[in-house]
Design a protein around this ligand. Structure first.
Ligand code: NAI
Ligand code: MG
Length: 493
């Protein structure tokens, strides 16, 4: 096991009960740099037997040993220490994240800083968990205890690998849970590097376990395992549905964050420069591999043609290139699979709508899963490129006529993760805010995300919330305690 985040192919095992362990089957799988298509690591491939071992370790660490005795202050200190280790190693972690995902290095640096902030936030929140005293009659006392939900199975995607791990691990640790984390098979490396910090941060063996592997083997085994109390998942709606069905057999608690087809709505009175920037940023940041991507750009007819033109002109200047170069604004997509998936939507889009810019592989680039930023316009909201999550640098620009039309189109989607509205009219802005059926709404911006504020979706974008106190709540049980203060026997029989 290598512990330094530098170049060269390395091998990683699963991290179970405080130790690195190969897969019981001996199998491994390759992890790639999507900008070179080269293998950068070999990773142990967990299946049901390895998941079982990890769940047993998490179960034992939850039920006995030092972790159940850790105070809220102890758990908070663990999280602060993890944050400190991450800040100390942030340059190496950002580089590794960049190489493994293909995201621009500058974005990877922001992600790693956000990871540390997330651990710090929940480090502070650990000591603010309190119960209630309930107003029952005077002859009794009733209060609530907040207790950890137990063993949490956490399944995460590849678009923000370490950040998604942090959003799930930090509140779980603050609550006193134990965890089995399954990173996405494409991008497990940064989470595995962080396992090197667990012991020094004061985490007893078995409190956080990391199993690597594929969804159909490792992921599904975690969801089905009777020793797991809760599943937290971020990924596709298709897999979210499979998870809910499988979790029903053991009635696990489930929280899901499933992406979307979020509307970014531009009225004619919006600040022009900010709006054009915001339309591009909303959909092209992180190569468009963002659950809250503003992939449906709704533009008022009065400004529609000029807006499409201005977006197109500006999109020409988006610098595609090697993710480790600081000027790069867009790297390759994460994998061959995602490149093929997005490419197939580009072909669909060319039939369904008009192409303003992009539509394929950039000419000047040799290796790597690069695709051009693509803007389709005159898109019908019923087109597949308006309804289905593409998860790549592909925008569908849709015209609308007036506020009711904008709201109707914006809400006409099976998803409800996010949305944004751009206008200088405060009345209109807040009417639209109240009308949109989605969990996160931005006004005159799109994408800023703070750990203090809740994150999650309406409709088929999932249920449950991450971040803030809401994120912690999902890892807590509520125990009601009734104390009888009346010494007379019940006298019923
Ligand atoms: P996915 O939903 O298949 O994978 C996400 C995670 O779920 C990975 O860790 C994967 O190993 C795991 N997984 C897959 N099948 C599973 C199963 N049967 N049981 C348990 N765990 C399972 O996403 P994928 O295939 O990488 O991407 C497909 C599409 O999903 C993307 O094009 C995008 O539209 C969407 N997506 C949405 C994300 C979001 O942030 N909401 C993140 C990643 C993908
Ligand atoms: Mg999949």
């Amino acid at each position: 096991m290598s512990s330094s985040a530098t170049a060269g192919a390395r091998s990683y095992q699963n991290f179970v009960n405080g130790k690195w362990q190969g897969a019981i089957s001996g199998k491994t799988f390759p992890v790639y740099d999507p900008s070179t298509e080269e293998i950068i690591a070999q990773v142990a491939a967990a299946d049901g037997a390895d998941v079982d071992r990890a769940v047993q370790a998490a179960r034992a660490a939850f039920d006995s040993g030092p972790w159940p005795l850790a105070t809220a202050q102890d758990r908070g200190r663990v999280l602060f220490k993890l944050a400190e280790k991450i800040r100390q190693n942030s340059a190496a972690l950002a580089e590794l994240e960049c190489r493994n995902t293909g995201k621009p290095i500058v974005e990877a640096e922001y992600d790693i800083a956000d990871v540390a902030t997330c651990f710090e936030y929940y480090g502070g929140l650990a000591t603010k968990v309190t119960g209630h005293v309930n107003p029952v009659p005077a002859n009794a006392l009733s209060f609530t205890l907040r207790e950890p939900v137990g063993v949490a199975g956490q399944i995460i995607p590849w678009n923000y690998p370490l950040l998604m791990a942090a959003w799930k691990l930090a509140p779980a640790i603050a609550a006193g849970c134990t965890c089995v984390l399954k990173p996405a098979e494409q991008t497990p490396l940064t989470a595995l590097e962080c396992a090197n910090y667990f012991e020094e941060a004061g985490l007893p063996p078995g409190v956080i376990n990391i199993v690597n592997g594929f969804g159909e083997t490792a992921g599904s085994a975690l969801v089905a395992h009777p020793g797991v109390d809760k599943i937290a998942f971020t990924g596709s709606a298709a897999v979210g549905k499979i998870i809910v069905k499988s979790a029903a057999d053991t009635l696990k608690r489930v929280t899901l964050e499933l992406g979307g087809k979020s509307p970014n709505v531009f009225f004619a009175d919006a600040d022009w420069e900010a709006a054009v920037d915001g339309a591009l940023f909303g959909v092209f940041i992180n190569q468009g591999e963002v659950c809250s991507a503003g992939s449906r750009i709704l533009v008022e007819k009065k400004i529609y043609s000029k807006f499409v033109e201005a977006m197109t002109e500006k999109a020409k200047r988006i610098k595609l290139g090697p993710p480790l170069e600081r000027e790069t604004k867009m790297g390759p997509l994460v994998s061959k699979e995602q490149y093929d998936r997005v490419s197939s939507y580009l072909e669909i889009g060319k039939k369904e709508a008009k192409t303003a810019i992009g539509g394929g592989r950039p000419k000047q680039i040799g290796k790597g899963y690069y695709l051009e930023p693509t803007i389709f316009y005159d898109v019908d909201n019923n087109a597949r490129i308006s309804r289905e999550e593409i998860f790549g640098p592909v925008a569908s620009v849709i015209p609308f006529e007036g506020e009711p039309d904008a709201i109707r189109i914006a809400n006409d989607t099976p998803y409800g993760l996010a949305g944004a509205v751009w206008t200088r009219d405060i009345y209109k802005a807040f009417r639209v805010v109240k009308s949109l059926r989605a969990g996160i709404i931005w006004v005159n911006h799109m994408q800023p995300t703070y750990v203090e504020a809740p994150w999650g979706g309406y409709k088929q974008s999932g249920f449950g919330r991450e971040l803030g106190p809401w994120g912690l709540e999902e890892y807590l049980e509520t125990k009601q305690v009734f104390v009888n203060l009346d010494e007379t026997p019940i006298g019923w029989y």
